[in-house]
Design a protein around this ligand. Sequence first.
Ligand SMILES: *[C@@H]1O[C@H](CO)[C@@H](O)[C@H](O)[C@H]1NC(C)=O
Ligand SMILES: *[C@@H]1O[C@H](CO)[C@@H](O)[C@H](O)[C@H]1NC(C)=O
Ligand SMILES: *[C@@H]1O[C@H](CO)[C@@H](O)[C@H](O)[C@H]1NC(C)=O
Length: 114
Amino acid sequence: MAKSTIFFLLFLSFSVLLHNVTALDDIRCLQELKESFKDPNGNLNSWNFSNYSMGFIRKFIGVSCWNNLENRVLSLSLPNMNLSGQLPDAFKYCSSLTTLELSGNRLSGSFGDL
Ligand SMILES: *[C@@H]1O[C@H](CO)[C@@H](O)[C@H](O)[C@H]1NC(C)=O
Ligand SMILES: *[C@@H]1O[C@H](CO)[C@@H](O)[C@H](O)[C@H]1NC(C)=O
Ligand SMILES: *[C@@H]1O[C@H](CO)[C@@H](O)[C@H](O)[C@H]1NC(C)=O
């Protein structure tokens, strides 16, 4: 095998690795959000993490992803869901998030340095 091919394969596996790490961060972000929020009406019941599959989080209520193949959160929209509790640090793991809508809930805390 030519040296350049080996380098290319190394690069490729590194990108795939990096990509998966990023995606896992987004899942961790949502998982910690769900754990931090009190959700008396069960509005986040669709946030079920038992089945990791391609793009599974896009089926979660209020979650939009960048595309169907990756678990990368583009926006979170959870208005008027009677959520309460503390805003967790976990938002830092949603590194691809561009829009966040949480109005009409009773959440406290601040975002610190996002
Ligand atoms: C999540 O889904 C699995 C199987 O799809 C189910 O067995 C489990 O009860 C669900 N968990 C919650 C919290 O809804
Ligand atoms: C997990 O998700 C896949 C794809 O959506 C589905 O085919 C499979 O039945 C699910 N498994 C469980 C246990 O829910
Ligand atoms: C929020 O709580 C109120 C009062 O308990 C209830 O009437 C309403 O349906 C809840 N809204 C949602 C989206 O769960």
